[in-house]
Design a protein around this ligand. Structure first.
Ligand code: ATP
Length: 380
């Protein structure tokens, strides 16, 4: 177990005249035993961050500190980290059992007795559901099985820190969900500080004690899953979490409310955005499809009236596209209300589920939050 501190990390690739800034001034402090998730789209700098902690890339600027020791110039082997990549190398001529045993035989882990090795391998293979594969060779495994064996190779090795880069990416959705639960348990059991990289928001929300959202090499938001889900710092984070994506509607502030669409419907200004909303201001309102509720066909009083233009069943849910005041809202329902295409519906959203962002194109910040820099600092 160890803390990890990344301070002002910079890493660029390519020519100095036109560098690719993979990581651009990243600072985070990770606690002892924490399961810390880095979430971001492709190219955000997640893998480069992980490799910097492992010592697999020479960083341009900044420091990496593990367990209170500055390891910025320390060789990977002496950092006592275990890293799993998305694409794994297994020894093709060794069985799964031998592949799993080899990290326990080398270097500082070589002191294990045969029975301790067997016990560790048993614990990890049970968790990963690969007990039945122990006598097979890598060529006799599916991609998903190979990925689990490779993850097993990392987890059998006691280390101060586990660095896991998209370790579940080759698994099908059902197995992924099951493995998520198992990994969470394993994390809690071993209490080893873990940095986990993913572009899958569900994985991040399910696994992370905290999540750092990265974009273009920079930290956008850091917090617990609940913080990030409930108060996304900008429209980028709001759009990154949730499927279908959050609805973003242009609006204008009126007396205590925000008029949306062609102005024929509105929502209240949520308490946290009040201080940043003045009459006449243009804003963007975020409403998650799962937070919009169909309360009936035509209900008097408050609510958003609309007409269902599309109803699509997606597994257990039905996704409705509702035309309201000239804009289209995506609404996720259980489908039990029997709403069909062409129906008139009344929709409601709880005040606490209304997100207000600054107006503009591209990504804009949430209103009512302290400024970004102090928010990131306070979270570390
Ligand atoms: P993904 O989810 O696709 O793995 P990522 O968030 O892990 O993406 P990185 O792999 O850290 O992103 O890459 C960040 C940026 O740095 C990308 O633009 C990538 O093309 C670039 N990059 C990474 N490694 C190298 C390299 N060895 N040489 C040149 N450019 C690189």
């Amino acid at each position: 177990m160890a803390t990890v501190s990344i301070t002002n990390l910079h890493k660029s690739f390519g020519r100095t005249s036109n560098p690719i800034r993979a990581v651009d001034g990243l600072s985070v402090d990770i606690a002892n035993g924490e399961f810390f998730v880095i979430l971001g789209p492709s190219g955000a700098g997640k893998t480069t961050t992980l490799k910097s902690v492992a010592g697999l890339v020479d960083i341009d600027e900044g420091t990496i500190d593990i367990g209170g020791r500055d390891v910025t110039r320390v060789e990977p082997y002496h950092r006592n980290v275990a890293m799993a990549f998305e694409s794994y190398a297994l020894y093709p001529q060794k069985t799964v059992r031998e592949n799993l045993a080899s990290p326990l035989k080398s270097g500082r882990t070589g002191q294990y007795t045969e029975s301790q090795r067997a016990e560790r391998i048993h614990q990890v293979t049970t968790t990963l559901g690969i007990n039945h594969l122990l006598d097979r060779f890598p060529r006799e495994l599916s991609n998903g099985q190979r990925q689990r064996v490779a993850l097993g190779r990392v987890l059998v090795r006691p280390a101060d820190i586990y660095l896991l880069d998209e370790p579940l990416s080759h698994l099908d959705a059902k197995l992924r969900a099951a493995m998520r639960a198992e990994l969470k348990q394993l994390g809690a059991m071993s209490n080893t500080t873990t940095l986990y990289v993913t572009h899958d928001y569900q994985e991040a929300l399910a696994l992370g004690d905290r999540i750092a959202v990265m974009r273009k090499g920079r930290l956008v938001q850091i917090g617990t899953p609940a913080d990030i889900w409930r108060r996304p710092a900008d429209t980028f984070v709001a759009r990154a979490l949730g499927q279908p994506e959050i609805n973003l509607l242009d609006g204008v502030v009126d007396d205590g409310r925000i008029r949306l669409g062609d102005g024929s419907f509105d929502v209240p200004i949520p308490a946290d955005a009040h201080s940043d909303c003045s009459r006449g201001d243009r804003v963007r309102v975020g409403l998650r499809p799962c937070d919009i509720h169909v309360v009936g066909p035509d209900v008097d009083g408050a609510g958003i009236r609309g007409r269902v233009v599309l109803a699509e069943r997606l597994g257990r849910n039905v996704e409705l596209t509702v035309d309201a005041g000239g804009v289209q809202l995506i609404v996720l329902t259980s489908g039990r209300d029997g709403v069909t295409e062409g129906a008139t519906v009344t929709l409601t959203v709880a005040d606490s589920d209304i997100h207000v962002f600054a107006a503009g194109d591209g990504d804009t910040p949430r209103l009512g939050l302290p400024d970004r820099a102090s928010l990131l600092e306070a979270a570390q």
